[in-house]
Design a protein around this ligand. Structure first.
Ligand SMILES: *Cc1c(COP(=O)(O)O)cnc(C)c1O
Length: 376
């Protein structure tokens, strides 16, 4: 078994794994299951301060992103795709797949999207049904200020779809306060359940937009409206993956019991960044660091593959490389949820120290030692 320090999935606590092994009922016809499902949705709404409705859907995190686009997009709709990272740009594919016209708002991949610049752009063109944004764009470790960007979009009457799959529960999310219309999350990042479930939070405004469509949603599985009256009807559009949901329920309780979850992410991430930079490595993004993942550039004289291989095979730890435009360029330490603890991050940095030494790359100092000094 490897220690999972990747940019998702994250480590899973034993109580979550055990919950997935519990005896199960028939979730289609047992009203107790509907009540349990509803109780989890209520907790999810509270956790991110949403007065709308949360739904848990069977399918990995990507399903939520696709469902948001499938459910809002009609033929010819213009959609603003805010692009300063791989997931940011990726939304354009979902928009076009469902007949919309994605308009890319592309900014520097090293910098967070700026609210004033976005406003200036919208003053010239704001004819968009909705906009897509990514909170933590994981391939680069970028954190976007959704709490500033979504209110600007709302000023112009544009609905907002936010992918916070890799940020929520490691970074603050306030759905009502930030005027987010559809928020997307996944089970396998800071929530620390295994992959397999997506969570979406839908505002009243987003629900009204779906109900006001002139054409039907071009999907069944990715149709958010099919969940709308599950509780009143005691009926789900498809059989719910009950064991996954039992695990998720315990993972949600773990988060609720963890009073210091955001503080822990912040402390671990700050010390990890201090260690990486003190050792002479370069963070990829400039200032806008997510507290769930640390992404740094692969230095001269080695490769991401060589470093990952040593860290995995000699030290039993998995870290991530990156992909798409960052393929071969970055190494990423995931410290989200259960993986966001000082001991595991320190051990990962010690393994990286060793891997760089074996590869003949001279660091300015030991990252493990620098982490100890920086960790408060
Ligand atoms: C992990 C993640 C997702 C879910 O997709 P994967 O299949 O796990 O890649 C969606 N958005 C972001 C930003 C993520 O980090």
């Amino acid at each position: 078994m490897y220690k999972i320090m990747t940019a998702g999935p994250s480590q899973v606590r034993e109580n979550v794994r055990l919950a997935r092994a519990m005896e199960t009922t028939n979730p289609d016809i047992d009203v107790e299951f509907v009540e349990y499902y509803k109780s989890l949705c209520d907790k999810l709404e509270d956790l991110v301060n949403s007065s709308g409705r949360a739904y848990i859907m069977g399918g990995e995190g990507i399903l939520g992103l696709e469902a948001a686009c499938a459910s809002l997009t009609e033929e010819g709709d213009r959609v603003l795709v805010i692009d300063n990272g791989v997931f940011g740009r990726g939304f354009a594919d979902f928009v076009s797949m469902y007949g919309g016209e994605p308009v890319l708002y592309t900014t520097d991949y090293r910098k967070a999207v700026d609210a004033d610049e976005l406003r200036a752009y919208l003053e010239k063109d704001s004819d968009f049904k909705y906009a897509t944004l990514v909170h933590c764009d994981t391939p680069s470790g970028m954190l976007n200020p959704i709490e500033k960007l979504c209110p600007v979009l709302a000023e112009f009457g544009i609905l907002t779809v936010v992918d916070s799959v890799a940020a929520m529960f490691g970074e603050p999310v306030d759905v009502d306060g930030s005027q987010i219309d559809i928020l997307c999350g996944g089970s396998q990042k800071a929530l620390s359940a295994p992959p397999g479930l997506t969570m979406v939070w839908v505002s009243d405004k987003a629900m009204d937009a779906m109900l006001a469509r002139e054409t039907p949603i071009r999907s069944f599985y990715a149709n958010l409206l099919t969940f709308k009256s599950y509780y009143e009807d005691k009926w789900f559009p498809y059989t719910m993956p009950i064991s996954d949901i039992n695990g998720l329920g315990v993972a949600i309780d773990n988060v609720l019991a963890d009073q210091d979850i955001l503080g822990r992410h912040a402390r671990v991430a700050e010390a990890a960044r201090a260690a990486v930079t003190k050792a002479g490595l370069s963070m990829y993004v400039d200032g806008c660091y997510a507290n769930t993942v640390t992404a740094f550039e692969v230095p001269e004289g080695t490769s991401d593959a060589a470093i990952l291989k040593i860290v995995k095979e000699k030290h039993g730890i998995m870290v991530s490389s990156s992909f798409d435009v960052f393929a071969g360029k970055l190494i990423r330490i995931g410290h989200m949820g259960e993986s966001a603890n000082a001991q595991d991050v320190r051990q990962t940095l010690a393994a990286l120290d060793d891997a760089f030494e074996m590869e003949g790359v001279k660091l300015a100092c030991s990252m493990a030692k620098a982490f100890d000094e920086a960790y408060k």
